[in-house]
Design a protein around this ligand. Structure first.
Ligand SMILES: Cc1ncc(COP(=O)(O)O)c(C=O)c1O
Length: 410
């Protein structure tokens, strides 16, 4: 496993003035990603498919990024990955593409624990006659239960949209078991993997998810997003791209205007970084096998473990704080996104105090608007969220809490 110093040296932004602990909002990129985007813009910034050398290289870069992201999701041989500008836009695109096949009375299940990106777009299907059912959370803990899911499934279930990890709670949902229940009822799943993907390897083949969406800008890449869909699930949809683009031209049929070319160059450059985390040299987007991706995420999990333990330890020292999400630091239970509220001090005041100390954290409802509402958390103030990734350290967490402890005690 590489040392934390080696890992951090890959990310020039970590040498900046602020300790970046707001990675659930967006992560930093390794220098290789910066270089690849720059090189693409300087050398190959041409339109695709024109047939001259720079255009051919650009075409190959975009194709390679799609293949690599498909393997990143574990989707080789079973489906395709669509690239877009954000998870929100990809989920809206999927909802729009699905709308054609919705019949009056079809049931669509949305999840109270979700980020609004995977809720609002599905609610619009009501205009097509869909009936919305809610997979609700435990109002104390925010936790989802499979029993609750069973109760909202039925013979008319077409779709269940739910998060793999809530961006507020950090708790890992049993995506495989939930997907199995939905499939038994005859529905499909759209899983929001945005808050999971920076922390663990995605494995759509093992989980059998129909659609799985994540934001590459939170997984050390450029500001883009990706949606894996199985061949079978994609075949049910009508892609929104121009009428003269054949239906079977996937993923392009689903990529309005195509994907960011320089962004694709950046995505490919993530492969050597994952190779480094996995202890392998000479890895590129074509040679980055599943084993490398899985080993890289094992390193990521191992680097995150002490950091998330330290946050929970320091929070547990203040018994009056409400940890919003699991208090357990087990990496099988949660990822390192940790939220809390103080009974007497606003979340805004706490995050401002952290900013003054040089730490980038955040407060608010984080677009998990309905979850905050259900948990009785004031929407105008929300939670304080600390969200390290593998390049953060226990020393950073200690410095943050050493600075905040007095305030949190009162
Ligand atoms: C869990 C979750 N889902 C979806 C989104 C939306 O992602 P994007 O910004 O790519 O639209 C976010 C963004 O913060 C998120 O945290």
């Amino acid at each position: 496993m590489p040392t934390i110093e080696t890992v951090r040296s890959e990310f020039p932004a970590l040498a900046g003035e602020t300790v970046l602990l707001e990675n659930a909002g967006g992560s930093q990129v390794p220098i290789g990603v910066v270089d690849a985007i720059r090189n693409h813009l300087l050398r190959d910034y041409c339109q695709l498919g024109a047939g001259y050398p720079a255009s051919d290289r650009a075409t190959e870069t975009v194709d390679r990024a799609h293949r690599f992201m498909n393997r990143f999701a574990g989707g080789d041989g079973i489906g395709r990955t669509i690239l877009g500008s954000s998870s929100t836009s990809l989920m809206h695109m999927l909802a729009h593409a699905m709308a054609d096949s919705i019949r009056a009375g079809d049931e669509v299940v949305v999840c109270e624990q979700g980020h609004e990106a995977n809720i609002g777009c599905w609610l619009r299907l009501q205009e097509r006659g869909a009936v919305i059912r809610w997979w609700s959370v435990d109002p104390e803990t925010g936790r989802l239960s499979l029993d609750e899911l069973r109760q909202v499934l039925g013979p008319r279930t077409r779709l269940v949209a739910f998060p793999h990890v809530s961006n507020l709670l950090g708790e890992i949902v049993d995506v495989e078991a939930a997907t199995r229940l939905v499939h038994e009822a005859g529905g499909r799943v759209v899983v929001d993997g945005v808050a999971f993907a920076p922390h663990r390897a995605i494995d759509v083949e093992a989980w059998k998810t129909d659609f799985y969406v994540w934001s590459t800008y939170k997984v050390f890449g450029p500001h883009m997003a990706a949606a894996f869909g199985t061949d079978e699930a994609i075949a049910d949809l009508r892609g929104p791209n121009h009428f003269f683009i054949p239906d079977d031209e996937v993923p392009y049929k689903f990529e309005l205007g195509g994907a960011s070319h320089e962004g694709c160059a950046g995505l490919c450059a993530l492969a050597p970084y994952l190779g480094m985390l996995a202890g392998r040299d000479d890895i590129d987007a074509d040679t980055c096998e599943r084993a490398t991706i899985e080993d890289a995420f094992e390193t990521i999990t191992n680097l995150e473990r002490p950091v998330q333990e330290r946050i929970l330890e320091r929070l547990h020292a203040h018994r009056h704080l409400r940890i919003v999400g699991p208090g357990d630091s087990d990496t099988n239970v949660r990822v390192s996104t940790v939220s809390f509220v103080h009974p007497g001090i606003s979340s805004g005041k706490i995050s401002s105090a952290a900013h003054a100390l040089g730490f980038g954290i955040r407060h608010g409802h984080m677009y998990a608007h309905r979850l905050c509402e259900r948990l009785g958390i004031p929407l105008d103030d929300g939670v304080v969220r600390i969200s390290p990734v593998h390049y953060n350290t226990t020393a950073e967490i200690d410095r943050l809490f050493d600075g905040l402890d007095r305030m949190l005690t009162v």
